[in-house]
Design a protein around this ligand. Structure first.
Ligand SMILES: Nc1nc2c(c(=O)[nH]1)N[C@H]1C(S)=C(S)[C@@H](COP(=O)(O)O)O[C@H]1N2
Ligand SMILES: [Mo]
Length: 352
């Protein structure tokens, strides 16, 4: 991921890139790894956490811990009196909607996991929330679209743009969200209105949406103009969240846990590799929705002291494993289609 793109990513790149977890302003998805060694055998209660048989995690990310990626540091300050969503382009009836009108049309509520296309293997630019909104198709149909539309282009208040194929826009999966985990969208997550495109990388989930334009050409958005994937389909991926990479832990009985996400591909299996053992099946927690990540766990009792590497791989609904470029342990960077590879973490077992 290029530097310019990184500049304002509050939460990206602290995974496996050697910066260390400590630099993340927001703890993101990794903070509970710490809990494991401190709470073996105790019941932990932390706000918003679930305990999946010893794997402590936040299955739904609280709004103030949700990753943020914006191309600009500006967070538009949008007043509701002035806010209008305009629907224009190849339509018979261009029109505009207030937030109240949009809210009155609500027909969607669902958990959707967002992931930034810049998220490195093992990175924490991935989060899961419950979104309320209205189906995009419903908004478009009210404008009476003309024939020949190829794409729905999205324009944001601070200048960002993106687009999706018209067919996808009409799919009933895509919606415009005005609430996140039961609250109005926080300013940095797109208040008052954003796009949610389940299973497609975060960049298509345009925040501060102000205009939708139906066009008869292959519109390219802000990132796509510089070569980032326009399809932006999230591939199957998985990460170890617990124990935390680099930890020194005493001999004992441990739970290894993490997330797997397959976007449109879904997740059917997760396997974990601990040095000295074969790949073993992880136990999966059924996801909170079809479009949300899957928590997985397995148990481990180290039989010696010393260094261990731990790896994870996910399989999609059709049984395809996630990509592992050439050799295990090698990963590919995120440009232009999103990072590929198997995460490896390192743990040292030693007597305290
Ligand atoms: N208006 C606007 N929308 C945007 C962006 C942006 O810079 N401006 N960034 C996109 C990118 S790259 C991602 S990954 C997601 C992140 O959404 P979040 O910040 O709510 O997690 O927003 C997308 N929508
Ligand atoms: Mo992104």
């Amino acid at each position: 991921m290029e530097c310019t793109r990184r500049a304002f990513m509050r939460n990206v790149g602290v995974g496996t890139l050697g910066l260390g977890f400590g630099v993340s302003v927001f703890p993101g998805i990794y903070q509970y790894a710490e809990a494991q060694t401190q709470t073996q055998g105790h019941d932990v209660h932390m706000k918003g956490t679930i305990n999946f048989k010893g794997f402590i995690a936040k299955e739904v990310t609280p709004n103030d811990e949700f990753y943020i990626t914006s191309y600009s540091p500006k967070v538009p300050d949008i007043s509701l009196d002035k806010f209008r969503l305009r629907v224009e382009g190849l339509v018979e009836n261009p029109y505009a909607l207030t937030l109240k009108e949009l809210e009155a049309m609500q027909d969607k509520r669902g958990y959707v996991t967002l992931e930034c296309i810049g998220n490195p293997v093992g990175g924490n630019a991935i989060s899961n929330a419950l979104w309320d909104g209205v189906t995009l198709r419903k908004i478009l149909e009210k404008a009476n679209p003309n024939p020949g539309v190829i794409k729905a282009a999205f324009f944001a208040a601070e200048g960002y743009t993106d687009s999706i194929p018209y067919e996808l826009a009409l799919s009933e999966e895509v919606f415009l969200a005005f609430r996140m985990n039961g609250e109005p969208l926080p300013p940095e997550h797109g208040y008052p209105l954003r796009v949610i495109v389940p299973g497609i990388f975060g960049m298509k989930n345009v925040k501060w949406l102000s205009k939708i334009e139906l066009v008869n050409y292959d519109f390219k958005g802000y990132w796509e103009k510089t070569g980032w994937s326009d399809e932006a389909v999230i591939p199957q991926m998985s990460e170890v969240l617990m124990p935390m990479d680099g930890k020194r832990i005493p001999p004992g009985h441990y739970v290894i846990g993490g997330i797997a996400f397959g976007g449109r591909h879904g997740i059917s299996r997760v396997q974990v590799f601990v040095e000295g053992q074969n790949w073993q099946e992880a136990e999966l927690k059924p996801p909170v929705s079809k479009w949300a990540w899957t928590l997985w766990r397995c148990e481990w009792t180290p039989t010696r002291e010393g260094d261990f590497s731990i790896r994870v791989r996910a399989y999609d609904r059709s049984g395809e494993p996630q990509e592992s470029p050439s050799l295990l342990g090698r990963v590919l960077g995120s440009y232009p289609d999103g990072a590929r590879g198997i995460e490896t973490i390192h743990i040292t077992v030693e007597k305290p």
